[in-house]
Design a protein around this ligand. Sequence first.
Ligand code: PGA
Length: 328
Amino acid sequence: MTEPDPLFVSLRPRFFDGQGIFLSLLFDECQSPSFLRKQESKSCSHLGFVCRLIIVVAFSVRCCYSAPPFNECPGICPMRQPLVAGNWKMNGSRDSINHLLDGILAGIGSVKKSEVAVCVPYVYLQQVCDRLTGTAVAWGAQNINDHDSGAYTGEISGSMLKDFGCRYVIVGHSERRTLYGESEQDVAVRFKAALAHGLVPVLCVGELLQERDRGMTNEVVTRQLDAVIEDVGIDAIGRCVIAYEPVWAIGTGKVATPMQAQEVHAMIRARLAGLSEDVAARVRILYGGSMKPANAGELIRMDDIDGGLIGGASLKAKDFLEICAAAG
Ligand code: PGA
């Protein structure tokens, strides 16, 4: 295959920052086989590319930074595709899962913008893989072992998850951290194993109620995030999804207010931006913790909230689809 032109490769990181998908599309187009073929035939010059670049930058700046209505460019300005991921936890049976999937598949056609996924108990991966292959719904698991194979009774490796077509795997969920003693180091190695097997880790971070009450939210979330970044490096974070899940909101019906959630999401993004603006602009940060159809819209509308990790409400097709619809 023809290598992309080094000019585009060197320009890409500089122009990608902050302009998101719009410029990404431009550059991807310029690295596409058809573009490269044109380049070979000399019909697409660097000058032509620079002209297109100027037009695109001018238009995207107008879209993103002008006052309404000029800042409303659906499908262009939002840099990150929303993701709504169900976390089924330890729930379901063959029958109930078939019924749930029937409902989700019947309504998924009306979800236009968001990516949708379900993270299911290991033993139902085959069933989910059979039902969801070729549909718009991706699937994944809820944990991963860091070893590839061997004497690790009761554990599941990344290659096994890939065998069942998983795209996502949740790592560091607070229930794993608190009920099963997973340390920050455990989370980091699991994260690394997921990436090594081509899975997208959904890295969960979040504070306990006592920590929030003591004003330690940012400190706790930063520590959880840094434990992974120190191990895998900032570029690897660009290949994951982060889920901010305040522990006090999980399964309790006590949802964070949109402002409370946005503050932490913005803090996470700023932390990442300190290391790489490109990664910070690209990475999707989901909110999780009692997200329901009634509160999903106002949460997902916040600037730094890119979707949800949904527990209880993902077990009812109607509720799950309404949250997906609220995300776009
Ligand atoms: P919840 O769970 O939506 O039931 O609060 C979210 C999660 O634990 O991921």
